[in-house]
Design a protein around this ligand. Structure first.
Ligand code: SAH
Length: 666
C-alpha cells in the first residue's frame, strides 16, 4: 500500500541514525564537535505542522509571554526564542549545546533581538543562567516515538531548577498512541528481503532489522484497528521516572485483515493557551518530520473484525545509554485463532483450546452449563488488564464440557452420559496428555463444581482454585426441578427461546438482562446469540450430569490449595457460595462478593475480578508488582504485568515481540 519507499530511518541501537546525532547532541555528550546539522534544523523548520503550531501558540497567546522571562531549552537556530521575543517577552535565554548556538547568536543579532535574547552555548544541565528563575519554559524536545533522544529529562531538569512556582511549560501535554497496520509489501521489502539476497542467506540482518523500530510514514488506509492511547504525560508535573512505563493495550480490528506491525505516534498540546492548541503525528493527520514509528511483529497475524490484539508495551531508557529508549512489546491475539485440541479421554473426547505460551504455568478453565470459553471467559480476557495478568503469567487451557465447543456435532445418544466424576477424570486425562504439573483452575458455577471435585480427587494436581459462583452441594429440590424443566424443554424443543431465557437468568443479573423498558445489554445479547450455536442434546447431557451431582462439602476441608471465590450478589447460587466459603479453611480461602452482578462474573463484571486475582497470584509468587517508582497508580500502570516484562535486557533500542502459541499458529 502507499508507503514511501525512501527516507525512512531505523532507530538503531547506539543511535547512529538518530536525529540527535546529526545535530550535535551526541557530540556535546562526548565533548567532541563535528560540523553539519543544518539539514536537521532545515527539516525541522520546514516541518510546517511543527513550527507553525509553535508560532501560532506564541503569537496568538502573547499574554503568556508579555514581560515574562523565557527559557528556550534546546534552541537550535533560535526560532522559538525569536517568536517569544516578538511576542513581547522581557528576556529570552536560549540554551543550545551544539555548534548551532553560534549560528543562533548571529541570527539573533541579524534580526535585531540581541537586547532581548541571550544565547548560551552549552548543555542545559551544565550552564549557569544569569537569572535565578524563569516564568516560561519553551522547548521542542520531542523525538521520534516521542521519547527517543530522551530530551524530555532536560526539560524536566530545567523546570525543576529554574521555573517559578506558577510558571508554565510549553508544550505541557504529550500523549503516545498505538495502532496496528497491514504492511505486507513493505515488510517483505524491508525485512524478508534479507532471507535471500542474490541467493545468499542474510537472515542474521533480518533479525536486526526486525528489532529496530522504523521511522516512516504510514498510509491511513493501512490501519486495521482502533488507535489506543498508551500514556499521557503532564510535562508541568511529571517526574522523570514517569517516562518509563508499561501500558496495556487492546487493539480491536475494524475489518478483516492481516497485521504486520504496530505503529506508535504521539500528539502534543499546549493547554495553557487561550484556546487549546497542539498537533498530532498520527497517520490520519498531516505528515510531520516525526512520521510514525513502525514496530514489525515477528508473526503475520490474521485478524477478523471485532477480534482484539491484546498486550502491553514497556518503554524505558536503556540502562547503558539513557538517551536510547527500549521498547518491549508483548501481545496475543484474543480472537478465534487459538489452538484447539481434541483430547481423547477415558470418557470420550473433549475440546481444549490452548491460549498462550505452553512454557508458562497452566490455567485450566471450565465454563457453566451451555457455555464455552467464548461465552464464559471472553469478557475477562477482553479486559486488557486481566488479559495481561492472565496471559503473561499462564498458558490458558480452556476445557469445554463435552460437545460444548464451537461447531460441535450432536453427541450420539448411544454414548453414556458422563457422571460428574467422569468429567473430573477427563480433566486429569487432559493434564496427562499435555504433561502438566499442578495447575491453577478457574471455573464458573457448574464448571466450578467440576474443578472443585477434580481438586478433591486429585489434590496434588491443583495449585489453586478460582471459583466463580460455585456449587458444592447436591442440587436443592427447587434447583433439581428447575433443571428438569430446562432438560425437558431442551429434549423436546432444543435450544429454544424459553431455554435461553432460563439460562440467561442463571448467568446474569436483572440489570443487564433488561426489562420491558430497558433493553438487554450487549453482553446478554452476545451470550444469547452464542447460545444459538450450542447443540441442545449436548447441553441436555451436561445438565443431566450436573443435576446428578453429589455433595462434596465434606471433602472441602481436605483441599490442599488456596481458593478464591467470586460470587455475584444477584446470583441464584449466592448462598451456595457463602456455604462453600464457610466450609473452606479460612486461612487459605477468600470470598469476593460482587455487587450488581449475576453468576457469570467473568462476563458481567470482569474488572471486579482483577485486583483480587492479582493478590491471589502474588501469594503464589507467580506475579509481582512492578519495581517502578514515581508514577501514580493508574489503570495503565505497570503492576499488572509479569515481572519478566519489567526486567528487560539492556540491548539498546529493541523491539521484542513475545510470541505466543496462538500467534505462531495463525
Ligand atoms: N528549538 C529548535 C530546535 C529543536 S531540536 C527548533 O524548534 O527548531 C532540539 C535542540 O535541542 C537541538 O538543537 C539539540 O542540540 C538541543 N539539545 C538537546 N539536548 C540539549 C541539552 N541537554 N542542552 C542544550 N541543548 C540541547
Amino acid at each position: 500500500m502507499g508507503r514511501r519507499k525512501d527516507g525512512n530511518k531505523s532507530l538503531a541501537p547506539g543511535g547512529s541514525q538518530k536525529r540527535s546525532s546529526s545535530n550535535g547532541l551526541d557530540d556535546a555528550a562526548t565533548g567532541t564537535s563535528i560540523g553539519g546539522g543544518e539539514e536537521v534544523d532545515e527539516e525541522m523548520l520546514k516541518d510546517v505542522v511543527r513550527t507553525k503550531t509553535y508560532q501560532n501558540v506564541i503569537y496568538q497567546n502573547t499574554f503568556l509571554f508579555k514581560n515574562k522571562v523565557v527559557l528556550d531549552v534546546g534552541a537550535g537556530t533560535g526560532i522559538l526564542s525569536l517568536f517569544c521575543a516578538k511576542a513581547g517577552a522581557k528576556h529570552v535565554y536560549s540554551v543550545e549545546c551544539s555548534h548551532m548556538a553560534d549560528m543562533a547568536k548571529e541570527i539573533v543579532q541579524a534580526n535585531g533581538f540581541s537586547n532581548v535574547i541571550t544565547v548560551l552555548k552549552g548543555k542545559v544541565e551544565e550552564i549557569e543562567l544569569p537569572v535565578v528563575h524563569v516564568d516560561v519554559i519553551i522547548s521542542e524536545w520531542m523525538g521520534y516515538f516521542l521519547l527517543f533522544e530522551n530530551m524530555l529529562n532536560t526539560v524536566l531538569y530545567a523546570r525543576d531548577k529554574w521555573l517559578i512556582n506558577d510558571g508554565i511549560v510549553l508544550p505541557d501535554k504529550a500523549s503516545l498512541y498505538l495502532t496496528a497496520i497491514e504492511d505486507a509489501e513493505y515488510k517483505e521489502d524491508k525485512i524478508e528481503f534479507w532471507n535471500d539476497v542474490y541467493g545468499f542467506d542474510m537472515s542474521c540482518i533480518r533479525k536486526e532489522a526486525m528489532m529496530e523500530p522504523l521511522v516512516d510514514t504510514v498510509d491511513q488506509n493501512q490501519i486495521v484497528t482502533n488507535c489506543q492511547l498508551l500514556k499521557t504525560m503532564n510535562i508541568s508535573k511529571m517526574a522523570p521516572g514517569d517516562a518509563s512505563f508499561t501500558a496495556p493495550f487492546k487493539l480491536v480490528a475494524e475489518r478483516n485483515d492481516y497485521i504486520h506491525a504496530l505503529v506508535a505516534y504521539f500528539d502534543v498540546s499546549f493547554t495553557q493557551c487561550h484556546k487549546m492548541m497542539g498537533f498530532s503525528t498520527g497517520p490520519r493527520s498531516k505528515a510531520t518530520h516525526w512520521k510514525q514509528t513502525v514496530l514489525y511483529l515477528e508473526d503475520v497475524l490474521t485478524i477478523c473484525v471485532g477480534e482484539a490484539l491484546v498486550g502491553s508495551m514497556t518503554v524505558e531508557p536503556n540502562k547503558k545509554n539513557p538517551r536510547d529508549v527500549e521498547i518491549m512489546l508483548k501481545y496475543s491475539l484474543n480472537g478465534q485463532h487459538c489452538q484447539e485440541h481434541f483430547i481423547k479421554t477415558r470418557h470420550g473426547t473433549v475440546s481444549v483450546a490452548v491460549f498462550g505460551d505452553q512454557e508458562k504455568p497452566a490455567l485450566v478453565t471450565y465454563p457453566d452449563v451451555a457455555l464455552n470459553y467464548e461465552s464464559c471467559f471472553q469478557g475477562l480476557l477482553f479486559c486488557p488488564e486481566a488479559a495481561s495478568l492472565l496471559l503473561h503469567n499462564f498458558c490458558i487451557y480452556h476445557i469445554s464440557p463435552p460437545g460444548h465447543e464451537l461447531g460441535a456435532a450432536p453427541i450420539s445418544s448411544d454414548v453414556p452420559i458422563p457422571s460428574v466424576n467422569d468429567l473430573a477424570d477427563q480433566i486429569a486425562d487432559v493434564l496427562d496428555i499435555f504433561r502438566l504439573g499442578p495447575v491453577m483452575c478457574l471455573g464458573v458455577t457448574a464448571g466450578a463444581y467440576i474443578l472443585t471435585l477434580f481438586a478433591t480427587k486429585y489434590k496434588e494436581r491443583v495449585a489453586g482454585l478460582i471459583l466463580v459462583s460455585p456449587l458444592c452441594k447436591a442440587p436443592s429440590w427447587t434447583e433439581w426441578l428447575y433443571n428438569k424443566v430446562i432438560s425437558n424443554l431442551l429434549y423436546f424443543y432444543g435450544m429454544c427461546g424459553l431455554v435461553k431465557d432460563c439460562l440467561l437468568q442463571r448467568y446474569f443479573s436483572k440489570e443487564v438482562r433488561g426489562s420491558a423498558q430497558v433493553p438487554e445489554s450487549d453482553i446478554v445479547q452476545a451470550c444469547r446469540s452464542l447460545l444459538d450455536e450450542r447443540q441442545g442434546e449436548n447441553v441436555w447431557r451436561f445438565l443431566q450430569s450436573i443435576n446428578g451431582r453429589y455433595d462434596i462439602t465434606g471433602e472441602l476441608h481436605q483441599l490442599q490449595c488456596r481458593t478464591l471465590i467470586f460470587v455475584g450478589e444477584d446470583s441464584p447460587y449466592y448462598s451456595d457460595a457463602l456455604h462453600m466459603t464457610s466450609k473452606l479453611d479460612r486461612r487459605y480461602s477468600a470470598l469476593v462478593e460482587v455487587q450488581a452482578c449475576g453468576s457469570v462474573v467473568t462476563e458481567e463484571q470482569p474488572h471486579a475480578m482483577l485486583i483480587p486475582m492479582e493478590y491471589f497470584f502474588i501469594g503464589y509468587g507467580l506475579y509481582r508488582p512492578s519495581q517502578f517508582t514515581g508514577s501514580p497508580r493508574s489503570p495503565l500502570s505497570p503492576w499488572c504485568i509479569s515481572p519478566d516484562l519489567l526486567s528487560p535486557e539492556s540491548m539498546g533500542v529493541k523491539l521484542k515481540p513475545i510470541k505466543t502459541r496462538m500467534s505462531l499458529d495463525i
